[in-house]
Design a protein around this ligand. Sequence first.
Ligand code: ATP
Length: 305
Amino acid sequence: MQNRFTEDSENADYDGDKNIMELLSPAKINLFLQVTGKRQDGYHELLMLMCCVSLYDTVSLEFGAENITVSCTAADVPEDESNLAHRAASLFLKTLNRCEGVNICIEKRIPVAAGLGGGSSNAAAVLTGMNQHCGNPFSQSELMDLGLSLGADVPFFIFGKPALASGIGEKLEAYKKIKPLKVLLIYPGFAVSTAEVYKKINLRLTNCKKELKSFRFKEGGFEADKDMCNDLETVTASQYPEITEIKALIWDQGAEGVLMSGSGSTVFGLFSDADAAELARQSLQKGNIALRNSRWKIFLADLLI
Ligand code: ATP
């Protein structure tokens, strides 16, 4: 089985003696997100280009516990049964009919409810790590099916590679036509409810299809200056004008493309020149963030391609 969490030793560290596994749980960005329709059950159908970035939570699993417990360094993340990592462990053990527990410890660096998929990534890390610990009883595609019942983005994180996603996000096809790029992310310091954004979307007013002559990059390769579009951006930005303000600031720093990720609130810019990206980070950190918006958090990461 191949995946972002356990494939290479960089991302997973397993101390067999202590029964502790440490996993890197990355954030994702949406380089393209088009809402294509709405299903009868209320879920929206999407066409997305998704890619992980090198901004990570650390998820530690301590095996051999009696119950499932979760502790998390972020105050706004629940530590009870509603935590997605807890739900993932519970689903995994129930499906295997195993009566045991696991202590899960999450060191949060990915901003919460920010369009970066942190909770789904944590759930995927737990499923992947527990599967490995138990000798891989589930294939990757079985694990992705399990993950889908926890959230539409969970299968993507188990898949672990840049992907074109369709359906509600669960139909994944590996996408290889992305160049290495630097990603400058700005989290404006407020959470956005994904459910609220989808409630407000007006399918007649979505614009990705019109702007992009539908999905050019599927064949031609992804180009930051031509192919970035997110149908949810105008919905979130109409409620939070800071999104538009941050976009303009990142454009001013010479980014090749700038977009909000998922349903927001994080905005990111893409740079092919690493030095230019670092200069942009420093300039924004010193200028806007130091002077006016100490709520904002800035990160410089790589696309994980
Ligand atoms: P969505 O998947 O809804 O688009 P997102 O990527 O914008 O989410 P997340 O950081 O995953 O944002 O958080 C969404 C919600 O899930 C938050 O309200 C948070 O309290 C809750 N949550 C539950 N478990 C976790 C977790 N392990 N990490 C982060 N958030 C979690």
